[in-house]
Design a protein around this ligand. Structure first.
Ligand SMILES: O=c1ccn([C@@H]2O[C@H](COP(=O)(O)O)[C@@H](O)[C@H]2O)c(=O)[nH]1
Length: 271
């Protein structure tokens, strides 16, 4: 099954547009993980198992694992998701992009080494840099369009042609030229409701990965009202810290489930 097909199935089956972000930071783990040599895996697995029923996708952020030398934990975590929660797609957030010969290896890293269903990618180097990802028709390519961070406007808002900003050209290119296998999605930050609306108008029903609610303060109602598709889907609203670290006590897993359920319900109230 392709990434887009399993995402659509999951939106319906779980009645959820919540993407649970997996950004392990051992300093924030509950005390019970102190001294556990496999704490990254064990913490993340507990979060995955607690939140799976509310998730349309999981999004591990590779830097959070690589900086700890925990690539093996990431590999086992993705394998655990596929076995214990089949049908929930995994988006590896690695924001890759390089010349084609190197991008081949990044595609293999995401899809073969880590067995991710989709990967985030940076379009800055142009189409050939994304081609190795785009060619994997069964996997998703989630392309940065208008990111959630305060500096997003520095480059992404530059008016580059036709009186329109760069991020709109990215949206246009992806939708009209790069999505020949129908496996593309876009990253558009929750912190920019107007831009969410503009990009939605350009790309039709293409799925959006929307980080920036929770710890970054994005407004859920504004996200949903500006960016949902006509059938009330089209979004993977991603939250990491607000779910992962909802409690630092022994109730951390229950608290993460509660936070994921609350986010799902808030989104659904506005769909
Ligand atoms: O524009 C972007 C693209 C990616 N991210 C990533 O999403 C999560 C957000 O974490 P929160 O704790 O929910 O703020 C993180 O992994 C970022 O690398 C983003 O925030 N914005």
């Amino acid at each position: 099954m392709t990434f887009i097909t399993s995402l659509k199935q999951r939106w319906t089956q779980a009645d959820s547009l919540v993407c649970v972000g997996l950004d392990p930071e051992p300093a924030k783990f509950p005390a019970r993980f102190k001294g556990d040599p496999d704490s990254v895996f064990n913490f993340c697995r507990a979060i995955v198992d607690a939140t799976a029923q509310y998730a349309c996708a999981f999004k591990p952020q590779i830097a959070h694992f690589a900086a700890l030398g925990a690539e093996d934990a990431l590999q086992r975590l993705v394998a655990h998701i596929h076995v214990a929660h089949p049908g929930i797609p995994v988006i590896l957030d690695s924001k890759r992009g390089d010349i084609g010969s190197t991008a081949q290896h990044y595609a293999s890293e995401a899809f073969d080494r880590y067995a991710a269903d989709a990967v985030t990618a940076n379009p800055y180097l142009g189409r050939d840099s994304l081609q190795p990802f785009l060619d994997r028709a069964d996997r998703g390519v989630v392309i940065l369009c208008r990111t959630s961070n305060p500096g997003a406007a520095d480059l992404q808002d530059l008016v580059v042609a036709d009186g329109r900003p760069l991020y709109q050209h990215v949206a246009e290119k992806v939708a009209r030229e790069w999505d020949s296998h129908g496996n593309c999605a876009l990253v558009v930050g929750a912190t920019w409701p107007q831009q969410l609306r503009e990009v939605r108008a350009i790309v039709g029903d293409m799925p959006f990965l929307v980080p920036g609610v929770g710890a970054q303060g994005g407004d859920v109602e504004a996200v949903v009202s500006n960016a949902r598709t006509a059938d009330g889907t089209g979004l993977m609203v991603s939250s990491s810290r607000a779910i992962l670290y909802a409690s630092s006590g022994d109730d951390f897993a229950d608290a993460s489930a509660h936070a994921a359920r609350e986010l799902r319900d808030e989104i659904n109230r506005h769909r």
